[in-house]
Design a protein around this ligand. Structure first.
Ligand code: NAD
Length: 293
């Protein structure tokens, strides 16, 4: 079985490397990023998204957002121009659920089955192959590609029909963003009150307030290290998709709207390329205090 891999960015490149390490034969393409390191590991380089599709049985896309996936799959020289009937397309990008459904319908018209399979875990987990992968779409196609996804993730769960993977990812992104905001608010308060933030972390991380987000982000905040990780700009993209989806479904999401405005303010302050833990900088500015060791 030949796997096509499109999108060799922060996430796609290490994910493709894990498939090569597992012994899969890969054909790769990115509109900008070079593929030389993957070719050195045994991958074939393709000339376009169409070329990837023509040479693959399963195609994985790992692209920034809905317009990029539309362009790569439906656009000129795109995946659907080259794919044979029976091909499985697994879009692992985090995009709007409605876009997944729309692209899936266009793929179906050409005999291509599409799954949406966004991931959580970031670059470190992409590198060590322990991503959490949430999948929407056809059950038989899921069964076929599950062993492939298990080479990139330690948790691979089918959550429903097409679009359900990205709905789950939006839920994930709301929880992560608001958890960072809560941690930021609490640690700025404690610091301004004169309590050592490291001591606060040590005291509460094992209790009910503790979380994966707290464990990952508080050490970064205490070091003043806002190197991404997950960029504020990408989180803004996910929150916009969450707001659009919620409003289409008539679901009010006031806290999501609030953290969106905080992230927008940070972007205007030229922190869009910082890790999303830089949300604490917004609270620090308002309270005139820094949460550091
Ligand atoms: P990235 O910007 O580093 O990589 C995306 C790649 O897609 C780029 O190399 C770009 O050149 C390529 N590309 C864009 N349009 C293309 C096209 N039409 N054809 C071929 N290639 C094209 O992004 P990333 O950080 O790897 O993120 C990819 C997806 O994974 C996003 O949806 C993101 O939200 C999600 N994600 C990222 C992280 C993270 O920590 N970075 C974590 C979880 C999920």
């Amino acid at each position: 079985m030949k796997i096509g891999f499109i999108g060799l960015g922060i996430m796609g490149r290490p994910m493709a490397k894990n498939l090569l390490k597992a012994g899969y034969s890969l054909v790769v393409y990115d509109i900008f990023a070079p593929s030389g390191d993957l070719v050195a590991l045994g991958a074939e380089a393709a000339a376009s998204n169409k070329d990837v599709a023509a040479r693959s049985d399963v195609i994985i896309t790992m692209l920034p957002n809905s317009p990029h996936v539309r362009e790569a799959v439906l656009g000129e020289n795109g995946v659907l121009d080259g794919a044979k009937a029976g091909t499985i397309l697994v879009d692992m990008s985090s995009i709007a659920p409605a876009a997944s459904q729309e692209i899936c319908a266009a793929a179906k018209a050409k005999g291509v089955v599409m799954l949406d399979a966004p991931v959580s875990g970031g670059e470190p987990k992409a590198i060590d192959g322990t991503l959490a992968i949430m999948v929407g779409g056809d059950e038989a196609a899921f069964a076929t590609v599950k062993p492939i996804l298990e080479k990139m993730g330690s948790s691979v769960v089918r959550v429903g029909d097409i679009g359900a993977g990205n709905v789950t990812k939006l839920a994930n992104q709301i929880v992560v963003a608001l958890n960072i905001a809560a941690v930021s608010e609490a640690f700025v308060l404690a610091t301004k009150a004169g309590v050592n933030p490291q001591a606060v972390f040590d005291a509460i991380k094992g209790g009910l307030a503790g979380s994966t987000v707290m464990n990952a982000k508080v050490p970064m905040i205490l070091d003043g290290n806002f190197k991404p990780g997950f960029r504020i700009e990408l989180h803004i993209k996910d929150l916009q998709n969450a707001l659009d989806t919620a409003h289409d479904l008539h679901v009010p999401v006031p806290l999501t709207a609030g953290i969106m405005e905080i992230m927008q303010a940070l972007k205007i302050d030229e922190m869009g390329a910082c890790d999303h833990s830089a949300v604490v900088r917004h609270y620090e500015k308002l309270a005139k205090v820094e949460v550091r060791k």
